[in-house]
Design a protein around this ligand. Structure first.
Ligand SMILES: [Zn+2]
Length: 336
């Protein structure tokens, strides 16, 4: 499977119950791991006061870029294990450990164009198409611009050199414009006129509720909305449909095999297997190859569609994508 093709590694840094060893400090625990030839993190320091703590956090920030894995912060722990029990924990976190997050990495690149994405609820989101830039270990060619208000506030224009930020798994964002590099004859960006007042997916007229910043497509037959709804419907915390990714959802909608999420339950394995998937545009700007979905994946998807019928009510409520009915509200509603 995928796992065997990807280099996966592990480092040990914490423990649950320790049996058979008498350990007083985190330092002793780490030395034990090394003695047992278990992999540990590259960087560790015992510090005695806040000055040393500050110095260590700064030192780690420059050292961490040489590690063979990505990092975004430092973990600071009380060394004496006996004190851990004494300090206890809040409802979520222990009081004897905390994380310090470093500033996300930034980069400068040119905003070449703005494209508009239509989401599950019909909201139109402007997306920055960037000159690809390598940042935080990945190539970034797109960043979210959130909405018209954000664009106005930062006065972001096509052709601008922009400063973007990316940290860990978070979607890259445009922080601000480098005005010194603004070319002549740029125009303020207006989402409504950019799409001529029409949804880029279905060409229905777009509208905006008073007091709201988001422009919306209100057509119930909008293909991009349906694609996003399908993806949500099959999400891991919803019906957990194996293999219903963005390109499969796209093909199901464009080939008109699915006009409503519930149509998934009428699909046959052969129909699915014969689907030719469009090349996907990856975040790095690279396009993948077109490919047939195939019997094996089709079988798995059909199987998980059948299995989803036995999932609890809360998963189904969540899958429907009713506004403001998220994971915990769905659980609470199905409980009462
Ligand atoms: Zn639409």
């Amino acid at each position: 499977g995928i796992v065997s093709k990807r280099p996966i590694d592990i480092i040990f840094h914490s423990f649950g119950l320790i049996d058979g060893y008498d350990l007083n400090t985190i330092e002793q625990y780490r030395n034990l791991l090394i003695e047992l030839k278990l992999p540990v993190d590259n960087w560790f320091k015992v510090i005695k006061n806040s000055d040393q703590l500050r110095a260590a956090v700064i030192e780690l920030d420059s050292d961490r870029h040489t590690f063979p894995y990505g990092t975004d912060g430092a973990v600071i722990k009380v060394n004496q294990i006996q004190s851990h029990e004494l300090l206890g924990s809040t409802s979520k976190f222990p009081r004897w450990a905390c994380a310090y997050k470093y500033r996300p990495e930034q980069g400068q690149t040119v905003l070449k164009a703005v494209t508009i994405q239509v989401g599950r609820t019909g909201v139109l989101t402007p997306v920055a198409e960037l000159d690809p830039i390598f940042i935080s270990g990945t190539t970034v060619s797109r960043a979210t611009l959130h909405n018209q208000d954000e664009i106005d506030r930062k006065d972001i224009r096509i052709g601008d050199t922009v400063i973007i930020e990316k940290s860990g798994e978070i979607i890259p964002a445009v922080i601000k414009v480098n005005l010194d590099k603004r070319p002549k004859n740029t125009a303020q960006f207006d989402l409504y006129s950019h799409v001529n007042g029409k949804c880029p997916s279905c060409e229905s007229n777009i509208s905006r509720e008073e007091g709201f910043t988001a422009w919306r497509c209100n057509s119930p037959a909008c293909p991009d909305q349906l694609i996003a709804k399908l993806k949500h419907f099959g999400g891991r915390k919803m019906l957990d449909l194996d293999g219903l990714g963005i390109s499969v959802a796209e093909k199901l909608v464009t080939s008109k095999l699915v006009k409503h999420p519930l149509d998934l339950f009428d699909l046959e394995q052969e129909q699915l297997a014969n689907m030719e998937l469009e090349p996907a545009k990856l975040n790095s700007g690279v396009k993948s190859k077109p490919r047939r979905f195939g019997e094996k994946k089709a079988g798995k998807l059909i199987e998980s569609i059948q299995k989803s019928k036995d999932l609890p009510l809360s998963s189904w409520l969540h899958a429907l994508g009713i506004p403001n009915l998220g994971e915990s509200a769905s659980k609470e509603c199905s409980r009462v």
